[in-house]
Design a protein around this ligand. Structure first.
Ligand SMILES: Nc1ncnc2c1ncn2[C@@H]1O[C@H](COP(=O)(O)OP(=O)(O)OP(=O)(O)O)[C@@H](O)[C@H]1O
Length: 626
């Protein structure tokens, strides 16, 4: 039989990655053992899952395990598994390119990570190529579970690798690393053992180091809660989450009905999406009777819970389900619903126990819950309880819950009100809150543009409608006191009914290109005018966001619906405008347009700055006595 050897170039990206691994990452060297054990464990999981449905897998009797052998004289470390193995083309493809997510993300974000914190590198994992952190030469001997001939893959990491057929191999993969001069320590048992204890103690297969099993192979999530120590939980979190911090929250629960579930979920401390690392992969794995069915499962939790780490195990899942079938499996969606509701309830309980701590969580991960509230109707009720916003009755920087708001509502108040603005100060200086302030009605400040989408999707909370204060049809009934005030003193300070009517019809004509309608305000207290939305659904902020995205997509400006302008007949400028309109309607028209532009700006909407500034100078000129 001829021994066929072929030589291959590494893909360009792989070369780049190898260069970084070999030349820059030596301070993080220990992780190469974790990466290779993790690959071995993945290969064993894959084999275990596949073999359930296979008739006669190759070497079906061989025990599932990882063995590590050391040679202090030859300076080698050998990590072997009895997993799924690789055939020739898999060796060539899997160990020559970086088509897989982990290393790609690693490469893309390496520069940013390095700038911030080198320890973040561990978050991504370098995968197989980590072997070259410690190895000057790496040999991979592998034979696939399909029973095809085995092969040896060899490389020194410098640009090429070779693959040679090899007889006599058993199923699985053996990686033999010739250690670099300054990495000989990795052939010492105490050293390797301490690394395994640190990173890999929860690997679900026996790890035998020089013949001795060094991990405890037990699915921690199936154990009794009272038997698990805090340290074990934290160690397990670090293991499943590939994390180096401690979890902020932990939920370990079991249920028998409607489904058998054992779940162990962790909330990390950090949100890596906030560091600009792009969208993360989901962090929860789906098991069935302790067998991994779906790693980083996209199905077991909604996408907006991708920040969670952990495990969901259900005995009701069919063991032989394929990964594709998970996607629209009724049982999986039932599981998802039960686990999600349980987790959201847990968060609500934790918030009640310790609001401070919850607010820390909210600051870091609130954005994910908002994403859920805008995209997922199924959990809106639960999500509504978890939202936090600043309000006219909250301290700055201390958001409150909608439930707290409802508790403070007076019996007459029917709706929950909110208004968006770039900051607390800007909102409080604007026209929309004047009446709320005067009447002592609490109003929620939605400081992020997404907040309006969240509240408008939510629609109501606890049976109370959620209403944006920039709606045209906002109707808050006057109290008796306010009515008599209107009829008494205040009436004298107001523009009389006839002049108001004349002014309104003149404004309608003058601003007919800008506004849909001009209305006498029942709610403005001090400001001359404000913009309100006749469309009951969209708030000005939502419109601004959508307009910006239109521009971004190159769809141009426009498409905005016309607004209503509310004017305040008690305001001095409005009163003077009524008089001016009769004597100098051209100048009055400039003032009207300026009032409109000002109101648009206060609503956070866009005006044409060139036209506005030119008009403004014209008005200033007059004011200075031109
Ligand atoms: N011990 C092994 N047995 C079988 N296949 C393996 C083994 N090690 C690696 N592979 C294959 O090589 C591929 C590349 O491995 P690598 O560790 O670089 O990336 P990954 O495991 O896919 O991603 P990551 O490590 O970032 O999760 C794997 O996806 C797997 O198919």
């Amino acid at each position: 039989m001829t021994t066929k050897t072929t030589t291959h170039e590494f893909q360009a990206e792989t070369k780049k990655l190898l260069d970084i691994v070999i030349n820059s990452l030596y301070t993080e060297r220990d992780v190469f053992i974790r990466e290779l054990i993790s690959n071995a464990s993945d290969a064993l999981e894959k084999y275990r899952h596949e073999s359930l449905t296979a008739d006669e897998p190759f070497d079906g009797h061989v025990p599932l395990e990882i063995t590590i052998a050391l040679d202090e004289k030859e300076h080698t470390i050998t990590i072997a598994d009895t997993g799924i193995g690789m055939n020739r083309s898999e060796l060539e493809h899997n160990l020559g390119t970086i088509a897989h997510s982990g290393s790609n993300t690693f490469l893309t974000h390496l520069a940013e990570a390095a700038k911030k914190d080198v320890s973040l590198i561990g978050q991504f994992g370098v995968g197989f190529y980590a072997a070259f952190m410690a190895g000057k030469k790496v040999r991979v001997q592998s034979r696939s579970w399909d029973g095809s001939e085995g092969h040896e893959w060899v490389s020194d990491g410098s640009g090429t690798f070779s693959i040679t057929e090899m007889e006599g191999l058993r199923r699985g993969t053996k990686i033999i690393i010739d250690l670099k001069e300054d990495a000989h320590d990795y052939a010492q048992k105490w050293m390797v053992e301490s690394i395994i204890k640190r990173y890999s103690s929860f690997v679900p297969f026996p790890i035998k180091l020089e013949g001795e099993t060094v991990n405890t192979v037990q699915a921690i999530w199936t154990r009794n809660r009272s038997d698990i120590t805090e340290e074990e939980y934290t160690e397990f979190y670090k293991f499943v989450g590939n994390a180096s911090d401690e979890p902020a929250y932990r939920l370990h629960f079991s249920a028998d009905a409607p489904l058998m579930i054992n779940a162990l979920l962790f909330v990390p401390k950090e949100n890596f999406e906030m560091f600009g690392f792009g969208k993360m992969d989901p962090g929860v794995n789906l098991y069935c009777q302790r067998i991994l069915i779906d790693q980083h499962s996209k199905n077991i939790l909604p996408e907006w819970l991708r920040f969670l780490k952990g495990v969901v195990d259900s005995e009701d899942m069919p063991l032989n389900i394929s990964r594709q079938a998970l996607q629209d499996n009724a049982l999986v969606s039932k599981l998802r619903k039960v686990v999600t509701k349980r987790f959201l309830k847990y968060l609500d309980e934790e918030a009640k126990k310790d609001e401070e701590k919850y607010l820390e969580f909210w600051k870091t991960f609130g954005i994910f819950l908002k994403e859920g509230a805008t995209s997922d109707y199924e959990f809106q009720k639960e999500l509504g309880k978890l939202l936090r916003f600043e309000s006219s009755k909250s301290e700055a920087g201390k958001p409150v819950s909608l439930a707290d708001y409802v508790l403070r509502m007076s019996p007459e108040q029917e709706a929950i009100y909110y208004i968006n603005g770039p900051s607390r100060v800007a909102i409080e200086a604007g026209p929309y809150v004047e009446m709320f302030k005067k009447k002592g009605i609490e109003i929620i400040y939605t400081l992020e543009p997404i907040d309006d989408f969240v509240l408008s999707h939510l629609g109501e909370f606890d049976g109370k409608k959620l209403v944006s204060a920039d709606r045209a049809d906002l109707d808050i009934p006057q109290t008796e006191e306010e009515k008599s005030e209107e009829a008494g003193d205040a009436a004298d300070q107001k523009l009389d009914a006839d002049s108001t009517e004349t002014l309104v019809s003149w404004l309608k004509e003058t601003l007919k290109d800008q506004v849909k309608d001009v209305i006498v305000s029942k709610r403005l207290v001090d400001s001359p005018a404000m913009i309100v939305n006749p469309d009951g659904y969209m708030t000005s902020t939502m419109e601004r966001v959508l307009a910006a995205s239109r521009v971004e997509k190159g769809l141009g400006f426009g498409g905005d619906s016309k607004k209503n302008l509310e004017i305040n007949p008690k305001n001095a400028i409005i009163k003077r405008l009524a008089a001016l309109q009769k004597t100098d309607s051209a100048f009055a028209a400039d003032v009207a347009l300026q009032i409109y532009d000002n109101a648009m700006i206060q609503a956070g909407l866009v005006v044409d700055p060139l036209v506005m500034v030119e008009r403004n100078y014209k008005i200033l000129n007059r004011a200075l006595g031109e």
